[in-house]
Design a binder for this molecule. Sequence first.
Ligand code: ACM
Length: 755
Amino acid sequence: MARKVSPYSLGLLVLPLLLAAPAYAQNQVSLIPKPNHVEMHEGGYIFPSATPFAAFEPFMEVAALLYDHPFAQFTAVERIKSHKRIPATGVRLVQARAEDRLTNDAYRLVVDTSGIVITAHQAPAMLNGILTVLQLAYTQPDGRRLPAMVIEDKPRFGYRGLHLDVSRHFYPVSFLEKFIDLMALYKFNTFHWHLTDGAGWRLQINKYPALTQRSAWRTHPAWKDWWHNGRRYLDMGEPNASGGYYTQAEARQLVAYAARKGITIIPEIEMPGHSEEVLAVYPELSCTGRPYQHSAFCIGNEKTFTFLKDVLTEVMAVFPSKYIHIGGDEVDTTSWGTCAKCRTRMEQLGVDSIAGLQNYAVARIDSFLQANGRRLIGWDEILDGGAPKDATVMSWRNVESGLAAANAGHDVIMTPNSHLYFDHYQGNPRTEPEAIGGYIPLQAVYGYNPIPAGLAADKAKHILGAQGNIWTEYMPTTDQVEYMAFPRAIALAEVVWSDPVGRDWDDFNKRLQTHYRLLQQLDVNYYRPSYAVDIHVDFNPDTLTNTVSLTTEQNELGIHYTTDGSDPVAGSTLYTKPIELAVPATIKAAYFVDSARVGGIATAKADIHKAIGKNIVYQTAWDASYPAQKDSTLLNGQKGGEHTGGGQWQGFVNNVDITIDFQRREAINSVAIDFLRDPAANAYLPGEVTVLFSDNGKNFREAGTVTNGAATDSGFREVKTFSIDFDVQQTARYVRVVATNVHNALLLTDEVVVY
Ligand code: ACM
């Protein structure tokens, strides 16, 4: 298919430049998302001081995007009249023909010494080819130089989105443009603009000026301060008023700005919940008639629907998108049950549930949008009680809710908070800026598959794609938005674009290294890969050995470790492959750059203890949500690691109370048990841990108690070991361990270690 290019068949124009410059050092590219097909050739193209530029008529408009190229100067775009008259050099945007064997969403990019030829049937596909050229400019060591290659490429999913919440914090249009620039470079095609929520209404609505004269302004700039200090709005112009809004003209300009880069903006107007800011200025739309009381509109009130339709009418005039997002999540319906108007509405409708009211509200708005030629998107909750048949569901609760929606025949956009909530922590909370909770590192995003496991093949078409959500409660600055979004958005870009068959974390991580150059050039405050070392200990019950793996987010070797309990130094063993240990050991590891330690020292025990595989009786049962490995969990030699995932953390909502039976009297020197504190999972530490011994299994004697000195109910994620060491060796057949649950919380434990 691709013709081989000789490095010597150089056009005269570029010859002097090429001779003067070093050769194409590696002739490789590191594109993200990874194209379906890349073929590298020798030689390449250097943009001359003015690059000839020609395009077929359908591409004249998208051609303008190449003027955004940071290092190349393009002359005016010449119109190509026919395939016989395609210029011999420069950049050429060519109309595909049947013999090109390209689908409508695909492009072919050929770089050789004559220049660049991009071929596509349609403008959106051509745009993606141009965006590839732009990304190469930012990621190659010398952006003016392109190695010879052939790329053929098309997206896996039609919906490739990022969401941004501008209610919890307001960001200027200039930042939104930068955000859209970055989205385009990674071939996202949808920006979901969360414009309204309790913390501020952000879009000018001419018919309801109070929405932007008051509901867009509040007492504190930071959401957290506002949330914990009365949650009050102020009039624009008051000394303390903090916030802002977008005029319709600004929103229209942003729509056009994004469209030029192939991105559709979908506006979200939240209803019937998350509406405190509306009800504060139009209390007659609430059930109580009082502001601040409840977050939901009164569904029995016709004025509510008049308001919502008026607002949506202005929204549709600004946003040409097929979809309008109407929220629908987390509705606080407490007021509906006692509201006379709502009860009357329920009687009229013959519905006997509150969910029926929500369903009625969504269906009514759906009809209105349909009558205006638009389609409704709502969060998962619109399915509760039944969503309109053709509504598109944005699935955020979990992967299963998306599966259910698709199985029910709805089109679904996957945004599960288990993988695609970029407001969750991406590194250790102890060293990260405050975030809302959770833990979604880069690799977890990369490993996500938008097609839920178990989805019938004929239903896969309902998964339109996926989206990363950026809720901004803890992102008071644009710097913080960038920090939380990147590089996780880059991992998602590949998830939604590239063929899953060719996806490989190590390969992605290697390509990502060149994208830090892009992020640095565009002044993006991205999350830098952590120097922290993760220690993973894997016990093999057959050989009674531990395999210890050490990982960091670094791409280069640099971890040094010890197994004797001493602190690692630059001269300690360099980690190159998993460590096999046949005896108990304490592993300490850290990352070094040029002999200097640049991260903290990580410590973990690789235990091979005497209770492994012994019988266990649970006096208190584990909780069904955290069964881990059921009865074998606490004596299987496996530790849980720093996170609730991984299947080794067993949860208890009461005390932990278990008894180990050695089936003969056993010499005992120490008993230890770990607990994981993870506030995001409501998991806290026990008040105290007591160890008791018995020889008959009936009469137990207390052997020791250890109390938790630090706070049990607060703080960051941490694994804490409660250990009782006996100065004098003890003997017992039965060892009972009781850990007290003092906060009605979850106790998470992984192993009882006995020596
Ligand atoms: C959501 O996170 N409530 C959609």
